[in-house]
Design a protein around this ligand. Sequence first.
Ligand code: IPM
Ligand code: MG
Length: 362
Amino acid sequence: MTTKIAVLPGDGIGPEIIAEALKVLDCLQAEFGVPIETEQALIGGAAYDATGTPFPAETLELTKKADSILLGAVGGPKWESLEYSVRPERGLLGLRSELDLFVNLRPAILYPQLVAASTIKPEVVSGLDIMILRELTGGIYFGQPRGRRINEKGEREGFNTLIYSESEIRRIAHVGFQIAQKRNKRLCSVDKANVLECTELWREVVIEVGKEYPDVALSHIYVDNAAMQLVRNPKQFDVMLTDNMFGDILSDCAAMLTGSIGMLPSASLDRNGKGMYEPIHGSAPDITGKGVANPIATILSLSMMLRYSLDDAVNADRIEKAVLSALDSGLRTADIYSEGTQKVGTTEMGNAIVSALRKSKQ
Ligand code: IPM
Ligand code: MG
């Protein structure tokens, strides 16, 4: 059966990196007979410019019908002065919410080839392989009430609500324990239970769920300490389970351990494993159109798609190996460049990965 993939390039470097991922998909189809059909749709600022909304109904329709979704990035300075309800980010958040993609997997792996690209000492990061599991459809990102108003003193005021129901915490906690069972059986839940009631409940529910997984060692850490420990000694972690906002922040931090934010893929899944796959980095307006963006996070997101949604570990492995082989040959985009390697642009990196993938057939 043909797999239908909805492709949403979005804004900034989104279209540039998606173009490289599409070459990988073409190669999978041509060389390995993976039956794939792609259809593109607008999201974010590009959608706003064309239709007046960052999240057009046709885009939602297409993503609902698709088996899987590949997204580039959204946002940029051009749309920053728009009202919140029509900002590019609303498109992405709308998709996560409408499709109930509450599970967000952000693996932070340091490939040996990139040890020199990390700003952290090699002994601290070499061999790093952690999984950040971020709750993606609740918490302060979606809590009501939210908004801006003029208070009694005539001052402007902004407010958001951090809220999680027990069931929202429970379902992501189960995923966390199950992922830990397949890895090193250690789950560290990140909260701010010393200050925020909502995350006190988070901790409580995670402990309750943990009773069903006696084989997983559960620990808890406050988010401020977690940020520090990620830089001090990241290898102490296996799976980190956390809420929407803490996960957003900690995953950027973890990304830098791997050499560059341009390396980190992500999977956002619903309860049935249907998912949206995207690099964790943003639209990078500063380098848009220059042909220097790193396409690896997006290409690795494809690999995650094959593994988690399409049940095709063989081709997922092939893509990962092709990425490693491009890195082995010394090619680096600017963000992961270090002395003694060869700096290349987005297309050259994409081409090198595709050619390694093609060669892996022989
Ligand atoms: C991410 C991004 C998004 C988020 C933005 C673009 C809305 O930073 O996926 O980490 O905050 O979730
Ligand atoms: Mg982020």
